[in-house]
Design a protein around this ligand. Structure first.
Ligand code: ADP
Ligand code: MG
Length: 697
């Protein structure tokens, strides 16, 4: 990096020690480069004005020229607010602040002409603009687009409101001439219509047209995402080189035998494609680290089984880990049934396997008699040792921590191959970005003959009709889930909520005509099991539950899923819950119950659920509603330190950046060509500054 950019911020004209201190503390700005990369979050076209009279028909933000004619303070404590009467030639409107009253009052003069900018809202029939931006009237005379920077109260207090920041950046830009080297090769810029870095920096802070803003932002976003992808790809290369894995050269007899004689259905094309990807991975001599995504019911288990048979056919053992005991038992029973005729030994290990039964199990794992072990995290215990473990399949990835998974790696001399199966789709942009060193396979097709689940949204007031519908379904011999949310506030409240629901249901569906199961987090595991089993066996028609049933249980006869207070669930959870039904031949239904006043976001979630059964589409909406941080959890959120791009909005640029990064690496795998010098130096900075991210298994 050249010297200009790393100049300490104190040296900039107009900064001085006090401002420098605040810039460092509030924004992490230490150098010229940091300041240049503090991008405007918005631009205002100062030539566009509205009047107070316009507001009635206006949607969105408004810019009005006028003056404050008086202040009023009202409310106490948390409800304290400051109101200013703002007037232009057409009328009057309230400006309202819920914070920072005294500072605002002292900084705004009565009767001085100002510009305000904000989003008008109506409250009790009166228009007001909460927390408007304020600019002096001179701003209106500046030509072109004016950048708006976010500021804080502390920055404000040293004169660094958006205007102050703009001024600093301008004085920096004036001296920039030719000092910002480009990191991207000329050819690449021409091919992808990217402007020079320096020009982009100038235009992003000081554009004269909308076009300049677009071009500058495109260039800067591309650069940011391109280096993110480069970093991921290079890290992946490094891991690949390091990670020796077991070579499984043959498909093997176990696989072939099963495939020819015992497979219960023809594989879907998606299942075939994914299996091929897995087979190739297991035959490279490198360690496989693959994520298998597939919607609920897409047939991941069969893919897991066939992959395990490849391992077995190559004289390795395989293990399948499920998140709950019930699921482990279900997997065990269905897999054993399929493999019994072939004489392949399958065993089950969960927390409730008795000590005296464990000893022979441990022995048979060590002497290699057991080929496939299915179980819960009990499998991870150190006492569980294999003779030659070659593949670990993990069902429903999100229930396992990274550290837990790492323990599986130590069960053989080289780490066994890992296949992680999840029904929670990860939007493509995120998968590309955050699981960059993980291969991703997708089953994007359901087995034939499935009837799509019909989803509807009902308000609480139609409860009686919903109950009527449930009775009809039960009369037809079907079973029903009713799920209650966890309401974070307190466990006791959640429990009461569930109990109230249970009572209401019991009244409407009385014994002996109806039998009801109930499971929740407070039950002992054996009681939970007992209740689940009554439902699985069909002894009860209704299962009242909290989200403990979320994962994997398979009751093909259950055809109705009622989700209570559905507005409290996130989209991916709703989709998971819905996936509990639609597993049999019957038409299935999902009914989302909500209160009649729900937020816009909740409405959007309900609409999305009603509109589509496609998990990937749902994941995309989820990403847009919640942003990537929430989807990924805190573990990876540090990576979201993106300065200008937005993973949910810039999906296209992410995809493009990934492609270009791949091309660059194909042409120049070691990044040594002279034209890639800029890329090389930026990349080595990045690799040095964040040594351990990107691994999930
Ligand atoms: P998930 O991906 O949710 O784990 P499962 O593996 O439990 O899905 O499969 C759901 C159901 O579909 C199971 O009853 C399974 O036997 C069935 N199934 C899987 N593959 C096929 C196929 N190719 N054709 C028909 N049914 C299939
Ligand atoms: Mg499954």
């Amino acid at each position: 990096m050249n010297n200009f950019l790393i100049t300490p911020i104190e040296y900039l004209k107009g900064v001085g020690p006090q401002k420098a201190e605040v810039l460092k503390k509030e924004l992490g700005i230490f150098t010229y480069k940091d300041l240049l990369e503090y991008f405007p979050f918005r631009y205002v076209d100062r030539s566009q004005f509205h009047t107070v009279a316009d507001l009635v028909k206006l949607q969105g933000h408004a810019q009005i020229k006028g003056r404050i004619i008086g202040f009023q303070e009202a409310g106490v404590g948390r409800n304290k607010r400051l109101t200013a009467k703002f007037q232009d030639t057409t009328g009057m409107i309230d400006l309202v602040w819920f914070k920072g009253a005294s500072w605002i009052k002292s900084s705004l003069k009565i009767n001085e002409e100002i510009l305000i900018y904000g989003k008008p809202t109506q409250f009790k029939g009166r228009w007001n603009i909460p927390h408007p931006e304020i600019a002096s009237i001179n701003a209106a005379e500046s030509v072109g687009l004016q950048p708006v920077y976010s500021s804080t109260e502390r920055l404000n207090s040293v004169g660094l409101n958006t205007k102050g920041i703009e001024k600093l950046i301008r004085s920096l830009i004036e001296n920039i001439g030719g000092q910002i080297e480009d990191v991207l090769p000329v050819q690449l810029k021409i091919e992808h219509r990217l402007i020079d870095r320096e020009l982009a920096m100038i235009w992003v802070h000081d554009p004269s047209t909308e076009m300049e803003v677009q071009q500058a932002r495109f260039r800067l976003k591309f650069e940011e995402l391109f280096f993110l992808q480069m970093e991921l790809l290079v890290r992946k290369q490094i891991t690949m080189e390091k990670s020796k894995g077991y070579l499984m050269e043959n498909v093997g007899d176990a696989f072939n035998d099963f495939y020819k004689k015992h497979i219960p259905f023809e594989l879907t094309n998606a299942q075939k494609r994914v299996l091929k990807e897995i087979r190739i991975d297991m035959n490279t001599g490198h360690h496989m680290n693959r994520l298998l995504q597939g919607d609920v019911g897409s047939g991941k288990t069969l893919v897991a089984l066939l992959s395990m048979l490849i391992a077995v056919g190559n004289d390795f053992q395989a293990a399948l880990i499920a998140p709950t005991e019930i699921l482990a038992i279900q997997h065990y029973e269905s897999i054993r049934e399929l493999l019994d005729p072939m004489g392949i030994e399958v065993a089950l290990l969960t927390g409730s396997v008795k000590k005296k039964d464990r000893k022979p199990l441990h022995e048979q794992l060590l002497n290699g008699k057991i080929k496939i072990l299915i179980g819960t995290h009990a499998l991870l215990e150190e006492t569980v040792q294999f003779s030659n473990l070659g593949l670990v399949v993990i069902d429903e990835q999100h229930r396992f921590g990274v550290a837990q998974r790492a323990r599986m790696w130590k069960k053989n001399e080289l780490p066994p191959h890992v296949l992680i199966m999840t029904a929670t789709p990860i939007p493509r942009t995120l998968a590309m970005t955050f699981y960059g060193d993980l291969e991703v396979s997708v089953i994007d097709e359901l087995p034939p003959g499935r009837k799509p689940i019909t989803t509807s949204h009902r308000y609480d007031e139609s409860r009686l009709r919903v109950f009527g519908f449930m009775r009809e379904e039960i009369k037809k011999g079907r079973q029903i889930y009713i799920v209650y949310p966890l309401i974070m506030e307190s466990e006791t409240l959640d429990f009461n909520n569930l109990m109230d629901g249970f009572e209401a249901i019991s009244r409407s569906f009385p014994k002996p005509h109806y039998q009801i199961s109930m499971v929740h987090g407070k039950l002992k595991p054996e009681d939970k099991e007992f209740e689940m089993n009554r439902f699985i066996k069909g002894e009860t028609q209704i299962m009242v539950a909290t989200t403990v049933i979320e994962v994997g249980v398979n009751v093909p006869n259950a055809s109705v899923m009622v989700i209570e207070s559905a507005e409290r669930f996130g989209l991916s959870q709703l989709h998971q819950l819905r996936g509990r039904v639609g597993r049999g031949a019957e038409q299935s239904f999902c009914i989302l119950m909500t209160g009649d006043k729900i937020s816009e976001d909740s409405k959007k979630r309900m609409e999305t659920m009603v509109r589509t059964n496609d998990g990937f589409e749902i994941a995309e909406v989820d990403l847009q509603l919640r942003g990537p941080g929430d989807l990924l959890g805190t573990q990876q959120s540090g990576l979201l330190d993106l300065k200008i791009s937005n993973l949910s909005k810039d999906a296209q640029i992410v995809a493009m950046a990934r492609e270009v990064a791949k091309q660059v690496l194909t042409n120049d795998p070691t990044i040594e060509l002279p034209e890639n010098k800029g890329i090389r130096s930026r990349l080595s900075d990045l690799l040095r500054s964040r040594p351990n991210w990107g691994r999930i298994a």
